[in-house]
Design a protein around this ligand. Structure first.
Ligand code: SF4
Ligand code: ZN
Length: 300
Protein backbone atom coordinates (compact mmCIF):
# COMPACT_ATOMS: atom_id res chain seq x y z
CA UNK A 1 0.00 0.00 0.00
CA UNK A 2 1.31 3.42 -0.92
CA UNK A 3 1.95 6.31 1.46
CA UNK A 4 -1.02 8.71 1.63
CA UNK A 5 1.29 11.75 1.64
CA UNK A 6 3.75 11.15 -1.21
CA UNK A 7 1.78 8.47 -3.07
CA UNK A 8 5.13 7.11 -4.14
CA UNK A 9 6.68 4.90 -1.47
CA UNK A 10 5.41 1.84 0.37
CA UNK A 11 3.69 2.77 3.62
CA UNK A 12 5.05 1.18 6.80
CA UNK A 13 2.99 2.83 9.54
CA UNK A 14 -0.71 3.59 9.94
CA UNK A 15 -1.36 6.63 12.09
CA UNK A 16 -4.76 5.56 13.31
CA UNK A 17 -5.80 8.80 14.99
CA UNK A 18 -5.41 10.65 11.66
CA UNK A 19 -6.39 7.75 9.42
CA UNK A 20 -3.25 8.02 7.28
CA UNK A 21 -0.67 5.55 6.03
CA UNK A 22 2.90 6.85 5.99
CA UNK A 23 6.16 5.78 4.38
CA UNK A 24 9.41 6.07 6.32
CA UNK A 25 10.46 9.44 4.88
CA UNK A 26 7.01 11.04 5.28
CA UNK A 27 6.72 9.72 8.83
CA UNK A 28 10.07 11.29 9.77
CA UNK A 29 9.11 14.59 8.15
CA UNK A 30 5.69 14.68 9.81
CA UNK A 31 7.25 13.88 13.21
CA UNK A 32 9.73 16.75 12.89
CA UNK A 33 7.01 19.11 11.64
CA UNK A 34 4.82 18.27 14.61
CA UNK A 35 7.64 19.09 17.02
CA UNK A 36 8.47 22.31 15.15
CA UNK A 37 4.81 23.40 15.23
CA UNK A 38 4.60 22.63 18.96
CA UNK A 39 7.69 24.75 19.60
CA UNK A 40 6.24 27.65 17.62
CA UNK A 41 2.72 27.35 19.08
CA UNK A 42 3.96 27.59 22.67
CA UNK A 43 6.87 29.93 21.89
CA UNK A 44 9.23 27.44 23.47
CA UNK A 45 12.41 28.66 21.82
CA UNK A 46 14.14 31.81 20.85
CA UNK A 47 16.98 31.95 18.30
CA UNK A 48 19.35 33.25 21.01
CA UNK A 49 18.49 30.55 23.53
CA UNK A 50 21.12 28.49 25.30
CA UNK A 51 18.93 25.46 25.61
CA UNK A 52 19.67 22.71 28.09
CA UNK A 53 18.31 19.25 27.31
CA UNK A 54 17.75 16.96 30.26
CA UNK A 55 18.91 13.58 28.97
CA UNK A 56 18.63 10.25 30.72
CA UNK A 57 20.11 7.86 28.17
CA UNK A 58 16.56 6.71 27.33
CA UNK A 59 14.88 6.99 23.92
CA UNK A 60 12.75 10.08 24.58
CA UNK A 61 15.50 12.42 25.70
CA UNK A 62 18.10 11.32 23.15
CA UNK A 63 15.54 11.53 20.35
CA UNK A 64 14.65 15.02 21.58
CA UNK A 65 18.31 16.02 21.44
CA UNK A 66 18.54 14.64 17.89
CA UNK A 67 15.45 16.56 16.70
CA UNK A 68 16.40 19.82 18.43
CA UNK A 69 19.89 19.64 16.95
CA UNK A 70 18.35 19.17 13.51
CA UNK A 71 15.78 21.96 13.91
CA UNK A 72 18.24 24.36 15.54
CA UNK A 73 20.94 23.94 12.91
CA UNK A 74 19.39 26.79 10.92
CA UNK A 75 19.92 29.31 13.73
CA UNK A 76 23.62 30.13 14.23
CA UNK A 77 23.17 31.61 17.73
CA UNK A 78 21.03 28.79 19.06
CA UNK A 79 23.13 26.59 21.38
CA UNK A 80 22.35 23.19 22.86
CA UNK A 81 23.83 21.69 26.02
CA UNK A 82 22.92 18.40 27.66
CA UNK A 83 22.52 17.72 31.36
CA UNK A 84 22.32 14.28 32.90
CA UNK A 85 21.65 13.28 36.50
CA UNK A 86 23.55 10.49 38.21
CA UNK A 87 21.28 9.42 41.07
CA UNK A 88 23.57 6.57 42.04
CA UNK A 89 21.67 3.47 40.94
CA UNK A 90 24.00 0.49 40.75
CA UNK A 91 23.93 -1.58 37.57
CA UNK A 92 21.72 0.94 35.75
CA UNK A 93 22.88 4.54 35.63
CA UNK A 94 26.47 3.83 34.50
CA UNK A 95 25.27 2.35 31.22
CA UNK A 96 22.94 5.33 30.67
CA UNK A 97 25.76 7.81 31.31
CA UNK A 98 27.92 6.00 28.78
CA UNK A 99 25.25 5.91 26.06
CA UNK A 100 24.26 9.56 26.60
CA UNK A 101 27.85 10.83 26.61
CA UNK A 102 28.78 8.95 23.44
CA UNK A 103 25.63 10.17 21.67
CA UNK A 104 26.14 13.80 22.71
CA UNK A 105 29.74 13.66 21.56
CA UNK A 106 28.63 12.34 18.18
CA UNK A 107 26.28 15.33 17.87
CA UNK A 108 28.84 17.86 19.07
CA UNK A 109 26.69 18.75 22.11
CA UNK A 110 28.53 19.31 25.43
CA UNK A 111 27.19 17.24 28.31
CA UNK A 112 27.55 17.72 32.08
CA UNK A 113 26.81 15.20 34.82
CA UNK A 114 25.26 16.30 38.14
CA UNK A 115 25.25 13.66 40.84
CA UNK A 116 23.22 13.11 44.01
CA UNK A 117 26.53 12.24 45.69
CA UNK A 118 28.01 15.69 44.97
CA UNK A 119 24.84 17.64 45.78
CA UNK A 120 23.31 15.69 48.68
CA UNK A 121 26.27 13.63 49.90
CA UNK A 122 24.46 10.29 49.36
CA UNK A 123 23.38 8.13 46.44
CA UNK A 124 19.81 7.03 45.75
CA UNK A 125 20.52 3.37 46.56
CA UNK A 126 21.71 4.37 50.03
CA UNK A 127 18.77 6.60 50.97
CA UNK A 128 16.25 4.04 49.70
CA UNK A 129 17.92 1.33 51.75
CA UNK A 130 18.18 3.57 54.80
CA UNK A 131 14.62 4.89 54.73
CA UNK A 132 13.05 1.59 53.52
CA UNK A 133 11.19 3.50 50.83
CA UNK A 134 8.12 1.76 49.47
CA UNK A 135 7.82 4.14 46.50
CA UNK A 136 11.40 5.05 45.46
CA UNK A 137 10.24 7.09 42.45
CA UNK A 138 8.43 9.67 44.61
CA UNK A 139 11.59 10.31 46.60
CA UNK A 140 13.82 10.18 43.53
CA UNK A 141 11.52 12.60 41.68
CA UNK A 142 11.78 15.22 44.42
CA UNK A 143 15.57 14.91 44.55
CA UNK A 144 15.95 14.87 40.76
CA UNK A 145 13.94 18.07 40.29
CA UNK A 146 16.23 19.98 42.64
CA UNK A 147 19.37 18.64 40.92
CA UNK A 148 17.94 19.65 37.56
CA UNK A 149 17.43 23.21 38.81
CA UNK A 150 20.96 23.38 40.22
CA UNK A 151 22.46 21.86 37.07
CA UNK A 152 20.57 24.16 34.69
CA UNK A 153 21.68 27.24 36.62
CA UNK A 154 25.30 26.09 36.78
CA UNK A 155 25.27 25.51 33.04
CA UNK A 156 23.82 28.96 32.42
CA UNK A 157 21.06 27.73 30.16
CA UNK A 158 18.05 29.96 29.46
CA UNK A 159 15.59 27.06 29.27
CA UNK A 160 15.52 23.36 29.94
CA UNK A 161 13.85 20.91 27.53
CA UNK A 162 12.61 17.53 28.70
CA UNK A 163 11.54 14.53 26.63
CA UNK A 164 8.04 14.13 28.12
CA UNK A 165 5.71 12.75 25.46
CA UNK A 166 1.91 12.56 25.21
CA UNK A 167 1.80 9.25 27.09
CA UNK A 168 3.85 10.73 29.97
CA UNK A 169 1.56 13.74 30.18
CA UNK A 170 -1.57 11.61 30.21
CA UNK A 171 -0.09 9.33 32.88
CA UNK A 172 0.79 12.38 35.00
CA UNK A 173 -2.82 13.56 34.75
CA UNK A 174 -4.10 10.23 36.13
CA UNK A 175 -1.32 10.11 38.74
CA UNK A 176 -2.49 13.47 40.06
CA UNK A 177 -6.04 12.13 40.18
CA UNK A 178 -4.99 9.01 42.11
CA UNK A 179 -2.74 11.04 44.41
CA UNK A 180 -5.67 13.39 45.10
CA UNK A 181 -3.80 16.45 43.81
CA UNK A 182 -6.21 18.16 41.39
CA UNK A 183 -4.51 21.57 41.57
CA UNK A 184 -1.34 20.07 40.10
CA UNK A 185 -3.25 19.21 36.94
CA UNK A 186 -3.63 22.85 35.90
CA UNK A 187 0.01 23.61 36.67
CA UNK A 188 1.44 20.97 34.35
CA UNK A 189 1.91 22.76 31.02
CA UNK A 190 3.97 22.35 27.82
CA UNK A 191 5.90 25.47 28.83
CA UNK A 192 6.48 25.92 32.55
CA UNK A 193 7.29 29.58 32.90
CA UNK A 194 9.35 29.22 36.10
CA UNK A 195 7.16 31.57 38.18
CA UNK A 196 9.06 34.79 37.40
CA UNK A 197 12.56 33.38 37.63
CA UNK A 198 11.96 31.29 40.77
CA UNK A 199 12.64 28.18 38.70
CA UNK A 200 14.24 27.53 35.34
CA UNK A 201 11.80 27.71 32.38
CA UNK A 202 11.01 24.18 31.20
CA UNK A 203 9.69 23.15 27.80
CA UNK A 204 8.28 19.87 26.49
CA UNK A 205 8.53 19.82 22.69
CA UNK A 206 7.24 16.18 22.51
CA UNK A 207 4.10 16.73 24.55
CA UNK A 208 1.84 16.06 21.55
CA UNK A 209 3.74 13.01 20.30
CA UNK A 210 2.76 9.45 21.18
CA UNK A 211 5.47 7.40 22.87
CA UNK A 212 5.07 4.78 20.15
CA UNK A 213 6.00 7.37 17.50
CA UNK A 214 9.07 8.49 19.46
CA UNK A 215 10.22 4.85 19.46
CA UNK A 216 9.56 4.56 15.75
CA UNK A 217 11.44 7.77 14.97
CA UNK A 218 14.37 6.64 17.17
CA UNK A 219 14.45 3.31 15.35
CA UNK A 220 14.37 4.91 11.87
CA UNK A 221 17.19 7.30 12.81
CA UNK A 222 19.24 4.59 14.53
CA UNK A 223 19.35 6.56 17.76
CA UNK A 224 21.01 4.40 20.42
CA UNK A 225 19.37 4.33 23.85
CA UNK A 226 19.33 2.36 27.07
CA UNK A 227 16.72 -0.38 26.93
CA UNK A 228 16.94 -1.83 30.43
CA UNK A 229 14.56 -0.13 32.85
CA UNK A 230 15.50 1.41 36.19
CA UNK A 231 15.38 -1.34 38.85
CA UNK A 232 13.04 0.82 40.97
CA UNK A 233 10.58 1.59 38.16
CA UNK A 234 8.51 -1.56 38.73
CA UNK A 235 7.07 -0.25 41.99
CA UNK A 236 5.65 2.93 40.46
CA UNK A 237 1.90 3.55 40.28
CA UNK A 238 2.68 5.07 36.89
CA UNK A 239 3.24 1.55 35.50
CA UNK A 240 -0.33 0.49 36.25
CA UNK A 241 -1.65 3.66 34.67
CA UNK A 242 0.56 3.07 31.61
CA UNK A 243 -0.81 -0.46 31.19
CA UNK A 244 -4.38 0.78 31.53
CA UNK A 245 -3.84 3.49 28.88
CA UNK A 246 -2.04 1.08 26.53
CA UNK A 247 -4.95 -1.34 26.81
CA UNK A 248 -7.41 1.44 26.06
CA UNK A 249 -5.41 2.43 22.98
CA UNK A 250 -5.18 -1.17 21.76
CA UNK A 251 -8.90 -1.81 22.15
CA UNK A 252 -10.03 1.67 21.12
CA UNK A 253 -7.43 3.24 18.77
CA UNK A 254 -7.19 7.00 19.19
CA UNK A 255 -8.15 6.92 22.89
CA UNK A 256 -4.92 8.52 24.06
CA UNK A 257 -5.33 11.48 21.74
CA UNK A 258 -8.95 11.96 22.66
CA UNK A 259 -8.15 11.77 26.39
CA UNK A 260 -5.19 14.13 26.05
CA UNK A 261 -7.28 16.74 24.25
CA UNK A 262 -9.99 16.37 26.90
CA UNK A 263 -7.41 16.94 29.66
CA UNK A 264 -6.27 20.14 27.96
CA UNK A 265 -9.86 21.36 27.71
CA UNK A 266 -10.36 20.60 31.40
CA UNK A 267 -7.32 22.72 32.22
CA UNK A 268 -8.77 25.73 30.43
CA UNK A 269 -12.12 25.23 32.21
CA UNK A 270 -10.46 25.22 35.62
CA UNK A 271 -10.66 28.67 37.19
CA UNK A 272 -9.71 27.69 40.70
CA UNK A 273 -5.98 27.11 40.19
CA UNK A 274 -4.26 29.84 42.16
CA UNK A 275 -1.11 31.48 40.88
CA UNK A 276 1.80 29.70 42.58
CA UNK A 277 3.40 31.61 45.41
CA UNK A 278 6.73 30.70 46.90
CA UNK A 279 8.72 31.48 50.02
CA UNK A 280 12.25 30.39 50.87
CA UNK A 281 12.72 27.11 52.73
CA UNK A 282 13.83 27.96 56.27
CA UNK A 283 16.44 25.18 56.18
CA UNK A 284 18.10 25.41 52.78
CA UNK A 285 16.78 28.68 51.32
CA UNK A 286 15.43 27.10 48.11
CA UNK A 287 12.08 28.26 46.72
CA UNK A 288 9.27 26.31 48.34
CA UNK A 289 5.51 26.46 48.75
CA UNK A 290 5.92 25.53 52.44
CA UNK A 291 8.23 26.67 55.24
CA UNK A 292 10.30 23.51 54.77
CA UNK A 293 10.82 22.37 51.17
CA UNK A 294 10.12 18.85 49.96
CA UNK A 295 13.85 18.05 49.59
CA UNK A 296 14.62 19.04 53.21
CA UNK A 297 11.62 17.04 54.40
CA UNK A 298 13.08 13.85 52.93
CA UNK A 299 16.77 14.47 53.61
CA UNK A 300 16.96 16.05 57.07
FE1 SF4 B 1 14.27 7.63 39.81
FE2 SF4 B 1 12.06 6.09 39.53
FE3 SF4 B 1 13.21 7.24 37.40
FE4 SF4 B 1 14.42 5.20 38.65
S1 SF4 B 1 12.44 5.13 37.56
S2 SF4 B 1 15.38 7.10 37.94
S3 SF4 B 1 13.87 5.66 40.76
S4 SF4 B 1 12.23 8.32 39.12
ZN1 ZN C 1 14.85 23.19 51.91
Amino acid sequence: MLCDICNEHQSFYVRKYEGVKLCRACFKKSFENKVRKTIIEHQMLNVNDQLGVAVSGGKDSLTLLHVLKKLGSRFPKFKLKALIIDEGIKGYRDEALQIASTFCKSKGVPIEVFSFKDIYGFILDEIIEETKQKYPCSLCGILRRRVMEIGAREMNVTKLATGHNLDDELQTFFLNIFHGEPTRIGRNKPLMDGSNGTFIVKVKPFHKVLEKEVSLYAFLNRIPFQESPCPYAGTALRNDIRSFLDNMEMNHPGSKYIAYNAVNKLKTLSTTVKKDSFMNCILCGSPSSNQICSVCKVTI
